[in-house]
Design a protein. Sequence first.
Length: 231
Amino acid sequence: MSATFHLYRLQQVDSQIAKVDKRLDEIQRIIDDNRDLKRAKARVKKCEIAQQETAKTLKKAEKNVQAQHITIEQTEATLYGGNVKNPKEVQDLQNKSESLKRYLNTLQDQQLEAMLAHEEEDEALQTAENAFKKLRNELIQQNSELGGEQTVLNQEKERLLREREATEPDIPAELLDKYNKLRKQKNGFAITSVMDNSCSACGTTLTLSLQQTARTFLAYCPSCKRILYVS
């Protein structure tokens, strides 16, 4: 077998290794990318803060209503307790009681608004927490599957590296050096096959004389300058 045959086989192995490495890099980026989960967690935190604020507002509104009820009860107890005889004082107490009751209506409206706002934030928090848990579970499942794929790809890479190691001794050191340099220059593809009298890499038509030379000696595509392999 010619050296270019072994070189072509080495190119096939290197291409497979490059493909495996690319996929391994993609998998690692996916596993390391937790931006969506961080955003979901930040949304939960934001909703928690808003929910806590509405809880405080509601609690304050409830206390205000309760305190107003007590004030009204105390005022009416004085009014109807029989101890106040002066008509003007009685009238003042009646006016105060009515004023307190009117303000109670305002406080109760505020309490209702606070309760509705708190319920809305409760729902928003629950939605955010559910979304976070769903995304986290999906990522756990995804990463588990990707981890399995990683294991398979690493095993395949080890096999390919052993095959590459077994192929290199069949290639003269000088030719191997040319191949490695050319591979860096040509985006990973240093050697190309001839198909239908053309370079399979760039499509340039090759003379029969050049093809015949490539069968025995090192020959290059006149256009893309890659090493030619004729099967």
